[in-house]
Structures are given as structure tokens and as C-alpha cells.
Write a protein that binds this ligand. Structure first.
Ligand code: HEM
Length: 405
């Protein structure tokens, strides 16, 4: 039987939503040999599974020591020692007691007090970025605004040196490439090299901050690590890497996808210009309508059934958040972009134990960015109505987004 989902072509990248609609209608749950998992496309099923304790992002917490050693002996762990040490065991890839402990720690790092205190700084950064392009006739919104903003914000929070900021984006891009199923051997080599360099620099920085702490997260984590019991050295590096990457990767794409949606629906843009109090619901709608992260998997931790489907321990399920966000059973007129949509219980930030820790920061950055952009450049418009998206199933984002005013 041909694969029902073939996500790595340009047509799917341009618009995956008709495929998702057809699948929700005709094959809402289906097994894929190629991906080695069972896909779920409907909102209700995705919500149920994300809330189900019989599923997890990893199996390691239910494995015995021998199974773990065996897994680490496997070829794909051996081929990428740095990636396996720091990326495969970060907060997002942990479960159970380790996840709870790391999440408590990281939650303090991005809690409401810290985020609230960042507002003014983000406003300043947005002002500076917009001021920098005021005399340009045309810009790539991604390169000039959407990339630098979250990279600056998360670097400052962590205390990552300004002169090394330019490294973060390429490292992150190389590392997350392995999340996509169509990655090549060369991608594996690049991801490993990026992780090695990134981890090396973080290790050095943590040493420096331990002896000379500042008011930043790397210092805070380094002091916790000195304590020994709460955080070990690998976790310190993995956590900082995770925050630096997660802190900008999806934000870049949500700003790009969001602006594109707004400019392709000029009546919604005018509505927002008339009533800025709609900014909150508008940003949620941007996140739902064209989510920057569209797919995540879970492992089945114990034999279980779901509806008519039987799963064995170790099976994998694939949850298409991007499809759930367009499910007519959950959202009225799901293919309409409606900046006033409320309630809007979208899945762009996930759900359950791994719900995005950075959601308050992401919402703050997006709100400030769009508010200031529309005020400063009320006549902003697309240069090209159909900019190209990158191919991918997990990440959804544009190659570039040319705009003028
Ligand atoms: C619009 C921007 C963002 C989007 C759409 C987004 C989306 C997500 C999603 C969908 C997940 C869950 C993955 C899963 O279900 O397996 C997640 C997890 C996470 N996100 Fe975000 N994210 C964004 C911004 C941020 C920012 C700014 C930060 C950091 C400051 C961040 C930090 C994290 C962390 C640490 C996790 C892992 C949580 C855990 O495993 O317990 N994210 N994010």
C-alpha cells in the first residue's frame, strides 16, 4: 500500500492542510511503514494521547540497566556520541522523576517574574531592529527581524556572549535537522559536530560563571551544578542548549508564518489595526493557523489499546498537531484565519507533561513584535504572495519572507 503521508515534497510544504483534511476524513489513524509508527490526525485523539500516562517521549525511564546499556551500544548512539549525550537526554527527551526534577528547575528559569521583567528589554530590542530597517525599501522579515529578536532575547537570558550569538542559529539548524526523517548521513555528521562545539563552549562558559557568577541563567545553573545533587554537568549543558535552541527555533517560524497569514488576510490586518486589544487572540490564531511545530512522537510505555487499535510496549505513535489545529470537530471554520477566535485551544505549544515551558515568553515576544511592527509600518505588505516554505514534517517555516512598506 502506498504511504498515505509523503511530507517531504514541495507541494506538501506549500500547503499540507488539504492532505491533513483528507486524512482526518478518510484515514484518521493509520500506520506508516516508512515512519515506523501510527499517525493520529484528529484533535480529540491527539489530546487524549498527550494526556495519557501510558505514553512518553522516551522509554529510558522504564528500561532496566541492561536494556539501557544495549541501547547505548546501538549504532546510531555510537555514531553520534555528543548528540546522544546532550540532545537525546535533555528535558524534552526525559520522563518520570528526571523530567519532573529538570522541569521544576527550568520552570524557575523562565517563570512569570523573570518573563515579566523582560518586557521592557524586548520592547527596546524590537524598536532597535525596526529602526534599523526603516530606510529599506524591501527586507527579508525573517533575516532582519524574526531571527535576531528571539536569538538576542534568549542569549541575554542565558548570559550567552553577544559576540558568539551568530553561532546559535546555524548550530540549532544543524541539530534539529535530525528531527526530520529525511535527514542524510551528512546531516548526522553536521549535527554531531554542532553539538560538540556547542557543548564545548557551554562547558567553558559554565566554568567561568561558576567562579565569577552574573545575573544570568548559565550562572544560576552552574551554581546548582556545584551543589552536585540537583543538576549534573551533562544536564547543565543539555539544559542550556535546549533553552537556547527551543528559545528561538519555533519563534522565528511563528513570527514568519504569522506575518504571512496576517498579510494574506488584509481584512484581518485592518481589524487588528483598528483594535489593538485583539493582539492576544490574534497571536494565538497565528500559532493555530500555521503552527511552527507540526508533529511530535510518543512511545507506548505499556501494552494498551486505543479504540480499535492495539499497541505493544515500545511502539511509536505520531501526533500531527498541525492537523489537529485544523480539525473542524474542534474549531469552527478551521481553515479561516480569524484573529478574534476565542476560545482557541490550539496545540501549537503541545499539551500535557511536555507542554512548552517557554509559552509565556513566546507569547510576550510575539505580542510586542506585532504591536510595534504594525504601529511603525502600518502599510507593510508582501512582495511575493507565495513565498516558499522549507520542506519538513516537524518544523514548518518559510525560507524567507520579503516585505515592503
Ligand atoms: C512560538 C514559539 C514556540 C512554540 C510554538 C513552541 C512549541 C513547543 C512544543 C509543541 C513543545 C512540546 C513538544 C512535545 O509535545 O513533544 C515545546 C516544548 C518545550 N519548549 Fe517550546 N515552543 C516555543 C517557544 C519556546 C521558548 C521561547 C522556549 C524557551 C524559553 C521554549 C522551551 C521549551 C521547552 C524547555 C520545552 C520542553 C518542555 C518539556 O519537555 O517538559 N519554547 N515547545
Amino acid at each position: 500500500m502506498p504511504e498515505l503521508l509523503q511530507p517531504y515534497g514541495q507541494a506538501f510544504a506549500a500547503n499540507p492542510y488539504p492532505t491533513y483534511a483528507r486524512l482526518r476524513e478518510q484515514n484518521p489513524i493509520f500506520h506508516s511503514e516508512e515512519f515506523g509508527l501510527t499517525f493520529f490526525t484528529r484533535y480529540r485523539d491527539i489530546v487524549n494521547l498527550l494526556s495519557d500516562k501510558r505514553l512518553g517521549r522516551t522509554m529510558s525511564h522504564v528500561m532496566g540497566p541492561e536494556e539501557k546499556t544495549e541501547r547505548h551500544r546501538q549504532e546510531d548512539w555510537q555514531a553520534t556520541p555528543a548528540y546522544s549525550r546532550f540532545v537525546r537526554v535533555n528535558l524534552l527527551e526525559s520522563e518520570g522523576a528526571d523530567h519532573a526534577r529538570l522541569r521544576r528547575l527550568l520552570a524557575k528559569a523562565v517563570d512569570a517574574r523573570r518573563i515579566g521583567g523582560l518586557s521592557q528589554r524586548i520592547e527596546m530590542l524590537v524598536d532597535e531592529l525596526l529602526e534599523g530597517v526603516v530606510d529599506c525599501k524591501e527586507i527579508d522579515f525573517l533575516a532582519e527581524i524574526a531571527v535576531p529578536l528571539p536569538v538576542y532575547v534568549i542569549s541575554e537570558m542565558l548570559g550567552w556572549p553577544a559576540e558568539e550569538r551568530h553561532r546559535l542559529r546555524p548550530w540549532s539548524a544543524d541539530i534539529v535537522r535530525l528531527y526530520e526523517k529525511d535527514h542524510s548521513e551528512e546531516d548526522v555528521v553536521r549535527a554531531e559536530a554542532a553539538t560538540e562545539e556547542f557543548a564545548g563552549m557551554l562547558g567553558e562558559l559554565a566554568e567561568l560563571r561558576r567562579s565569577d557568577p552574573r545575573d544570568d541563567l548559565i550562572s544560576a545553573f552552574a551554581l546548582l551544578e556545584s551543589d552536585g545533587e540537583i543538576l549534573n554537568k551533562d544536564e547543565l549543558i543539555a539544559s542550556c542548549m535546549m533553552l537556547l535552541n527551543a528559545g528561538h527555533e519555533a519563534l522565528v517560524n511563528s513570527a514568519g508564518n504569522g506575518l504571512l497569514a496576517l498579510l494574506r488576510h488584509p481584512e484581518q490586518g485592518r481589524r487588528l489595526q483598528r483594535d489593538r486589544s485583539m493582539m492576544k487572540t490574534a497571536t494565538e490564531e497565528m500559532l493555530r493557523y500555521d503552527s511552527p511545530l507540526q508533529f511530535f512522537h510518543r512511545f507506548v510505555l505499556e501494552d494498551m489499546s486505543y479504540g480499535d487499535f492495539e499497541f505493544r510496549q515500545g511502539d511509536k505513535v505520531g501526533l500531527l498537531y498541525g492537523s489537529g489545529n485544523r480539525d473542524p470537530a474542534a474549531f469552527e471554520r478551521p481553515d479561516s484565519f480569524d484573529i478574534g477566535r476565542d476560545p482557541n485551544r490550539h496545540l501549537a505549544f503541545g499539551l500535557g507533561p511536555h507542554f512548552c515551558l517557554g509559552a509565556p515568553l513566546a507569547r510576550l515576544e510575539l505580542g510586542i513584535l506585532f504591536n510595534k511592527l504594525l504601529r511603525r509600518f502600518p502599510g507593510v505588505q508582501l512582495v511575493d504572495e507565495h513565498p516558499e516554505y522549507r520542506t519538513g514534517l516537524v518544523f514548518r517555516g518559510l525560507k524567507q519572507l520579503s516585505v515592503r512598506w
